[in-house]
Write a protein that binds this ligand. Sequence first.
Ligand SMILES: Nc1ncnc2c1ncn2[C@@H]1O[C@H](COP(=O)(O)OP(=O)(O)O)[C@@H](O)[C@H]1O
Ligand SMILES: N[C@@H](CCC(=O)OP(=O)(O)O)C(=O)O
Length: 376
Amino acid sequence: MNTEVARVEVAASRRWVVKVGSALLTDDGRGLDSAIIAQLVNQLADLRQRGCEVVLVSSGAVAAGIVRLGWPRRPASLHDLQAAAAVGQSILIQSYETAFRQHGIATAQILLGHDDIIARDRYLNARATLTTLLRLGVVPIVNENDTVVTDEIRFGDNDTLAALVANLIDADALLLLTDQQGLYEQDPRQNPQARLVPCCEVHDPSLDAMAGEGGALGRGGMVTKLRAARLAARSGTETLIASGRLTDVVALAASGAGIGTWLRTGKQPQNARKQWLAGMVRIAGSLELDDGAVRVLREAGRSLLPVGVRAVQGGFRRGDMVSCHGPDGREVARGLVNYSIEEARRIIGQPSAAIAGLLGYQGDEELIHRDNLVLL
Ligand SMILES: Nc1ncnc2c1ncn2[C@@H]1O[C@H](COP(=O)(O)OP(=O)(O)O)[C@@H](O)[C@H]1O
Ligand SMILES: N[C@@H](CCC(=O)OP(=O)(O)O)C(=O)O
């Protein structure tokens, strides 16, 4: 694996997901470390100054809540953990909002479960909200919705959540900040002589034997980071695992400096994204397009508007995958549809400006947005 090429490519990344683990943020469970938060926020503000978009995925709610409630250790009971997360989440978000405000940057709290990203209709909603926030210049701060999820809080798996967010917004790079310099050939807590892996193809099977579990806070360790990097690679996102304690780690990562462990996708991002979208779900229906719609999809890479659709078939709901055919019956594209079949029947053949009048509410102007469309 050519480390130099990898770093130069990643230095060109524009859309970043940065994930910060509890181990780093809470000094291994001793409450939120405001110095680390301030430092991190300064660095993310600088990244924004370079013209990059940033989504922050931050853990730390449970650890902050435990300290606020005066509990001596992490509880075993699921409901206690959920209560601690609820207490800690507001402390966490308040700390970030205060720190980002110093830079004139607004933040947004986004609480998600894995199901919110896997269910097709919620996927579209989450994607639209996140991309709208990025367009508005806001930094979304994502955490698990610990009040309602159970598996995630049990396994403490914000690494997977960060990867799913990277898929959701087609991030160019995923930066996993933790308390180690990167992935070592063996857990350095067990073998301090272990060597750092600087760069590797993400699907290389030799990595599995290297990655071990997490520290005292009982989380996923490098196992979930490696799994997250593999998930992120589905949408062409490159992953860097690095130490959040390294001075200027974000700037170093963004300039392609030789730090941490890069896990490369080995694929063109566009191809990876299309394959991922195409292989995602079963086809729930079909749309018959007119010649004009086929042409703009193929030649101009545009979204599919209701006006270019002549007929619809199947039993699809918002967020389902549908296939799009030309007048000659040949399949030209597949994509995630913004309306159910009942709604689609009422708006096809009509200009988007008429949607509000036809449905009684203003939905998306496209039947399928170009970001959710794969040409065949
Ligand atoms: N091969 C490895 N290289 C580096 N760290 C490893 C490895 N295997 C296991 N680990 C452990 O993973 C921990 C980081 O993961 P975790 O505790 O889940 O942190 P975070 O809160 O940042 O997600 C490290 O402190 C380390 O003990
Ligand atoms: N939602 C939990 C996340 C726990 C978690 O994933 O922790 P980590 O492995 O440190 O990223 C919290 O905020 O405490």
